[in-house]
Design a protein around this ligand. Structure first.
Ligand code: ADP
Length: 162
């Protein structure tokens, strides 16, 4: 069952948390900044070996000082009004992260609301894309978590799930 929770994703003790990173993978604001801060400087050192990440793609890193064992970096699309394939690219973020997690036999995974912060993707369509992808892979995981930072976002997810 998909769990919708409102918390700081860096506090979650799961196999993998997903990071809404940028293409450089060298750190940024929002959830990316929080994850780098909690993981410690080793994450940045490691990420320098990854050669960046394309929009919609994923790269795997250890969790270092995080509670989570692994970080799946993905890069969401920047919202440009919805006519630049943003929805499809966002869907690929979720699908590629879930496929990677299945390949690695991760039993627990938590996602932030990718692209809905600094990148400006509207929360409702973004949540719909997230939940649709998560539903499809639900059976592969013991825990699959939509981790919302705000109560308002969690309410949107919950309403869609209901
Ligand atoms: P993007 O650049 O992909 O929009 P952001 O980090 O700006 O990434 O925002 C993505 C989502 O992550 C937003 O809903 C934001 O509120 C949320 N967020 C920010 N910090 C955290 C955190 N520590 N834990 C979980 N979610 C967070």
């Amino acid at each position: 069952m998909i769990e919708i929770i409102q918390t700081d994703i860096t506090t979650l003790k799961v196999d993998a948390i997903v990071n809404a990173a940028n293409t450089s993978l060298l750190g940024g604001g929002g959830v990316d900044g929080a994850i780098h801060c909690a993981a410690g400087p080793e994450l940045l050192v490691f990420n320098k070996t990854l050669g960046g990440c394309e929009v919609g793609q994923v790269k795997l890193a250890p969790g270092f000082n995080l509670e989570a064992k692994w970080v799946i970096h993905t890069v969401g699309p920047v919202w440009q009004g919805g006519i630049q394939g943003e929805a499809e690219l966002l869907r690929w973020c979720y699908i590629n992260a879930l496929e990677l997690a299945v390949r690695k036999s991760f039993g627990e995974i938590a996602f932030p609301a990718i692209s809905t912060g600094i990148y400006g993707f509207p929360i409702e369509p973004a949540a719909k894309i997230a939940l649709t992808a998560m539903k499809k892979y639900e059976h592969n995981f013991t825990r699959i978590i939509a981790c919302c930072f705000s109560l308002a976002d969690a309410d949107v997810y919950q309403a869609l799930l209901d």
